[in-house]
Design a protein. Structure first.
Length: 172
């Protein structure tokens, strides 16, 4: 069964209020490790700054389901041939609908097909069962364990994953 159709586009100044609003969701904040800004205006300003002056090592793309912003994808690294995949879906009311899998898959497609990457890697703490499941579902291969971190008050190791361009071609 195909998942939701997702398109990706670069962030623009006008996205800041939507991105800032996601921090109002306490469940989302806890899972994503976000903090709540002291005011909505400060959160919007923070996002506007990061949209206007992005980290040059970061490709961050807004994920759209139709016209609705449902999350974003990050592809991050100093390496021209390999990047780390990150993704999120917000607010938490959107979880459980296949959007995470669709957004992460769109991130892989962008990395391999648009950026021409040879390798994409990702990490998720074991305790974040939904994120681990998404990474496996999109065809990423577990490669080992990383550092220990806390997720929702529980100590958990990072599971590390990767996918090579040649493997991606076989999946598509």
């Amino acid at each position: 069964m195909p998942g939701p159709e997702i398109s990706l586009r670069p962030l623009v100044h006008g996205d800041a209020p939507v991105l800032a609003s996601w921090a109002d969701d306490a469940t989302f904040r806890a899972h994503a490790g976000w903090r709540q800004h002291p005011s909505t205006a400060l959160a919007v300003t923070w996002w506007q700054h990061h949209i206007a002056e992005p980290d040059p090592r970061l490709v961050r793309l807004l994920a759209l389901h139709g016209e609705e912003a449902v999350g974003y994808v990050d592809l991050y690294a100093d390496d021209e041939s390999a990047r780390e995949l990150g993704y999120l879906i917000a607010p938490s009311a959107r979880w459980g609908r296949g959007l995470g899998t669709a957004v992460a898959r769109a991130g892989l497609a962008h990395g391999f097909e648009v950026l021409g990457l040879e390798r994409i890697w990702a990490e998720a703490v074991e305790a974040n069962v939904a994120s681990v499941r998404v990474l496996r579902r999109i065809g990423m291969r577990a490669t080992g364990f990383g550092a220990t971190d806390e997720f929702l008050g529980e100590s958990s190791r990072y599971l590390q994953f990767e996918l090579l361009r040649t493997e991606w071609r076989q999946l598509t």
